[in-house]
Design a protein around this ligand. Structure first.
Ligand code: FNR
Length: 372
């Protein structure tokens, strides 16, 4: 393949660079993976309505976001175990996000620690919290606060882990299970294997400190075995304890979004976890249409964003910004940190092109008027 020019090109290269089990971990979804496909297919049904003869000689992709502007309406979303794609992945994603001026969300299940990521860049960093148990959640939140993270993203769509059959078939887990199948996958991907062996195999970076180092937490995190009793009262209590911005990720109903706002959340992320949890939900970009943020609050969305035009459509439907999950990981797998820069640049160029062609020079002016 020549120079990759689209996120899909990067996806194809990622498939060739990663061992099958790792690519499957990134790519896979729950059950029959209809949700993964539906997230993408939703964009085919949302059509743009170009306005003729608008003055579009200068375009502006920046959008207002709480008390500041984002230069692009993008956030690098949380992806656990990204070090299985490439050693140092979280640091690379954080630096690439900082270069683009967009926030990076560090997963609870990251392979680098909160403190390492804090040191990696001066960019804006958010911490995504999984409540495995209350003590660990308190300790992670405190560490994030101490390390300078000022936005907490509570993920609520993982009361239990989704059933991802690719991972079950491949026996994918941390530590890597050295099965003949896994070895066979590594043998045909020598560059990946060498890098992993050189660096030391990935582990959960946030759970290897003296405080959090216990095998049961690691196992719980691998199984994504959350405290399934966490409910609305606990959200309100977390709101009381966390002194800065709080977003709730994994909301799929307008009523739940309203309840999050009523609890004091500053924003919600409409998300079905990239189709990795419940297989048969609507696409988040379709749910978005029914959710409105009260004044001063934000609605973000993720799931299936692979084109700049997808982002434009979500903004036209009322999103304040879009989280990227798999797209940056494709760039990372293909070309490391430069690949993440390139994926962001591709989306930026596509957004700019789309804005010009639909006659909307400013991303912040997108509205339903630009949808057919
Ligand atoms: C995820 N996602 C995720 N979400 C979260 O809140 N915490 C996490 O640790 C992870 N881990 C994770 C790993 C991998 C490999 C993927 C692909 C996804 C979900 C992620 O934040 C986001 O919601 C979806 O990935 C969005 O869909 P797309 O952009 O991947 O289609």
């Amino acid at each position: 393949m020549g120079r990759p020019v689209s996120v899909e090109d990067y996806r194809r290269i990622a498939a060739r660079r990663l061992p099958r089990a790792v690519f499957d971990y990134v790519e896979g979804g729950a059950g029959d993976e209809r949700g993964v496909a539906r997230n993408r297919a939703a964009f085919e049904r949302i059509l743009l309505s170009p306005h003729a003869l608008a003055e579009v000689s200068r375009r502006d992709l920046s959008v207002p976001f709480f008390d500041r502007r984002l230069p692009l309406p993008l956030v690098i979303g949380p992806t656990g175990l990204s070090g299985s794609v490439r050693p140092g992945a979280d640091l690379m994603l954080a630096r690439a996000a900082a270069r683009a001026g967009v926030p990076f969300v560090l997963s609870t299940a990251s392979t680098s620690s909160i403190e390492e990521v804090a040191r990696a860049s001066d960019g804006e960093k958010w911490f995504q919290l999984y409540v495995l148990n209350r003590e660990l959640a308190d300790s992670l939140t405190r560490r994030a606060l101490d390390a300078g993270f000022r936005t907490l993203v509570l993920t609520v769509d993982v009361a239990v882990s989704g059933r991802r059959e690719r991972d079950v078939r491949n026996g994918f887990g941390i530590p890597f299970r050295m099965t003949p199948r896994f070895f066979a996958g590594c043998a045909v991907r020598p560059a990946w294997s060498l890098a992993q062996v050189r660096h030391g195999l990935p582990q959960f970076g946030n759970l290897v400190s003296a405080e959090a180092k216990d095998a049961s937490s690691q196992a719980l995190l691998m199984l994504r075995q959350m405290d399934a009793s966490f409910s609305w009262d606990d959200l309100a209590a977390l709101r009381e304890r966390w002194p800065h911005r709080l977003l709730v990720k994994g909301i799929m109903r307008a009523e739940d979004a309203a309840r999050c706002f009523a609890c004091g959340a500053d924003g919600v992320v409409i998300s079905n976890h990239g189709g990795r949890q419940v297989d048969d939900t609507p696409a988040p970009v379709d749910v978005l249409a029914s959710v409105r943020a009260p004044e001063g609050k934000a609605v973000l969305v993720d799931g299936g964003f692979r084109r700049g035009a997808d982002v434009v459509k979500a903004l036209a439907r009322g999103a304040n910004a879009v989280l990227l999950g798999r797209a940056p990981l494709y760039g990372l797998a293909a070309r490391g940190e430069a690949g993440v820069d390139e994926v962001i640049r591709i989306l930026e160029a596509e957004m700019d092109n789309t804005l010009a062609l639909i006659g909307c020079p400013r991303a912040e002016n997108l509205s339903g008027e630009f949808l057919a």
